[in-house]
Design a protein around this ligand. Structure first.
Ligand code: G3I
Length: 355
């Protein structure tokens, strides 16, 4: 048998290495071409972001990234009661409609946030002094008016947001005080009556760090479903951090899947400065660790049954836009795009998990 020259030469090299006891060096990594896709093109489920109407208007790079990358859009603030409903008899749709139009122009789903919350309320609500019937009318009229306004344009709603404390007890909100704990069920019924096609979510934070809270939330949504209340999904905000292990993030997502409901990672951002250090800097090591976390969250979400994967939404677009900087008055870089709207290693981590 005749071997080509290359084979003989390779054999000689290998024999020489065996004889000398040297091990074969590992193959050099094949250089990867730059990723040519986008989150929305590569993701098997909707991948989105929360957006600010003001930044969409004022910063071209912001809108370009959102349009290019997201197949789902949430208004960061424009659909909150304080923004939409400034007086008992007036609604201000301008910013919310602008965000909806942006999403529709870019063929993205719109997720509504939020019909009911304990905060970001207009002053007329915090000062409202009616009896329980008047409070019930206020709750019903707001939900009905907002959901009807966006019917056919907003696919889904966070109906009730953040009703629990981290201990797992129901927050003593203005709504509980005036309407009792079952206002939650009625809020879902009002939303469903206004748009029977809309998918309805209970949304909260802290599932990944408080077992008491997530167990209380999963018990609530299960009990609502068992009572026939129209609830379709659970939103887990995941304003999380480098302090939470990948295993903990993954098991929390898997537990949400066990409710049988749709699961939305609804406000994802990952702090790499959890101690709020005022002089922290974003090192390459932090960027690499953040990539691992984003990849872990995305992979765990992807492992859910396809029919339950409502999507992942990051809370705003780029580090420059994050609510966290204002909240902590400290350096923060929690998002997949940097201050110049360039993709970070965190972005690559998401893509690696999605592909
Ligand atoms: O628009 C007004 C501006 O006119 C005014 O001059 C300025 C003065 O304070 O305030 C501006 O409003 C601020 C608004 O963000 C828009 O920038 C509010 O004060 C500020 O409280 C508001 O913060 C938002 C916060 O929710 C409260 O509604 C954050 O942007 C937003 O990221 C944050 O999002 C929440 C989710 O809705 C629920 N889950 C937690 C998440 C992070 O806190």
């Amino acid at each position: 048998m005749k071997f080509p020259f290359g084979f003989c030469a390779l054999s000689l090299v290998l024999l020489a290495q065996c004889g000398s006891g040297e091990s074969t060096p590992p193959p050099a990594p094949t250089p990867q071409p730059p990723f040519a896709g986008t989150l929305r093109s590569v993701s098997p489920f909707p991948f989105g972001g929360a957006v600010s109407a003001g930044l969409l208007r004022s910063r071209p790079a912001y809108g370009q990234v959102a349009a290019r990358e997201y197949s789902s859009i949430t208004a960061e603030n424009a659909m909150k009661m304080g923004a939409l409903h400034p007086s008992p008899t007036t609604y201000n749709w301008t910013d919310a409609d602008f965000v909806v139009d942006f999403a529709r122009l870019n063929n993205a789903r719109v997720h509504g946030h939020t019909l009911n919350w304990y905060t970001s309320l207009p002053a007329w609500v915090t000062n409202f002094s009616g009896d329980s019937t008047a409070w019930e009318n206020l709750l019903r009229d707001h939900i009905t008016t907002v959901v009807k306004h966006f019917r056919g344009k907003v696919a889904s709603w966070d109906v009730v947001n953040e009703a629990f404390e981290d201990t797992g007890v129901l927050r003593n909100s203005i709504w509980v005080q005036h309407l009792g704990p079952d206002y939650i069920a009625r809020a879902f019924q009002y939303a469903n009556a206004a748009d029977p096609a809309a998918r309805l979510f209970y949304n909260d934070y802290g599932h990944e760090y408080s077992a008491a809270k997530r167990n209380a939330i999963f018990a609530l949504v299960t009990s609502l479903r068992n009572r026939g209340i129209p609830i379709h999904g659970v939103g887990m905000q995941f304003h999380t951090s480098s302090n939470i292990s990948d295993a903990q993030l993954a098991s929390t997502i898997a537990q949400a899947g066990q409710t049988g409901l749709l699961v939305h990672i609804s406000e994802l951002d990952i702090s790499m400065n959890p101690s709020l250090a005022p002089a922290a800097t974003f090192t390459a090591a932090l960027a690499a660790a953040q990539k691992v976390k984003y990849k872990a969250v995305t992979a765990a979400f992807k492992a859910l049954p396809a029919a339950q994967r409502f999507g992942i939404t990051t809370w705003n677009v780029a580090d420059a836009d994050t609510w966290r900087r204002g909240n902590c008055s400290c350096p923060e870089w929690p998002l997949p795009f940097d201050d110049n709207y360039q993709r970070k290693p965190a972005y690559d981590g998401i893509v690696e998990a999605l592909q």
